[in-house]
Design a binder for this molecule. Structure first.
Ligand code: ZN
Length: 246
């Protein structure tokens, strides 16, 4: 099965549309969405609707939770807090219902565990280093785990013969075979707010039959998202960062 793997869309419809157009060539059969569909960007309801229409299997992210009012937003920085408060006021009853029904615990699909942050702390933990990845391999039973949350595409590979975990920045457009004997934590990067100094939208295509992972980047009209953000008064810092991917 070919899976379109999306994460951290963050209410950026122009980025999501560009990703979906680019991904058509891969004839994907299903969509996995790793959370943070809303907040930061200007189109929360449209992004929720699109993900619903795709019939995606989705998990909840920390921003989704915050927008629902499920957590104390004092943990967020001031701009993120403003974005969450704005998002909360925009969400339709339908979007709220969809977000509320997203699972907060990891989902298992075949050989893959799906979560937003990490398997041991699904909503909050960032898997940014091999040591964090290593600790998390004890918290899921499948060979592979898909995470989002960091907004940085990455693979953390644990070979059973070797005790250490190595990090790999996936090459764009080069299908990586997930070899027998590997356990891997993989992150497709962020559709709507990349943070690896590449402003293009990030996503991945996973083939569960041939066991390959393909990382993709796609340019989108950033200025459209920025104009919509400015029109609704979202923080300037959040608008600017999209140009640079940080
Ligand atoms: Zn996020």
């Amino acid at each position: 099965m070919r899976v379109l793997v999306l994460s951290d869309i963050h209410a950026n419809l122009a980025a999501l549309d560009a990703v979906l157009a680019d991904a058509e060539q891969f004839n994907w059969e299903t969509v996995w969405c790793l959370g943070d569909t809303v907040s930061y960007g200007p189109e929360p309801n449209q992004c929720v609707t699109q993900i619903q229409l795709l019939g995606a299997t989705a998990v909840v992210g920390n921003h989704d939770w915050a927008a629902l009012g499920h957590m104390d937003i004092d943990k967020f920085n001031p701009e993120a807090r403003r974005a969450v408060i704005w998002t909360r006021a925009q969400l339709s009853a339908e979007s709220m219902t969809w977000l509320r029904n997203l699972p907060g615990q990891p989902l298992v699909r075949d050989a893959f565990t799906l979560t937003h942050g990490s398997p041991r702390n699904p909503v909050w933990e960032y898997v940014l280093y091999p040591a964090t990845a290593r600790a998390n391999f004890d918290h899921f039973a499948t060979p592979f785990c898909l995470v989002g949350h960091t907004h940085v595409p990455a693979l953390y590979i644990w070979q059973k013969q070797v005790s250490s975990v190595r990090a790999l920045s996936p090459a764009i457009d080069k299908a990586l075979p997930l070899e027998d004997g590997w356990r891997v934590i993989m992150n497709p990067g962020s559709v709507g707010q990349p943070r690896d100094n590449d402003p293009r939208a990030a996503y991945a295509v996973l083939d569960t039959a041939t066991r390959t992972w393909l990382s993709r980047r796609v340019a989108y009209p950033i200025e459209i998202t920025q104009a919509h953000m400015r029109a609704v008064g979202l923080p300037e810092r959040l608008i600017n960062r999209l140009s640079f991917g940080w």
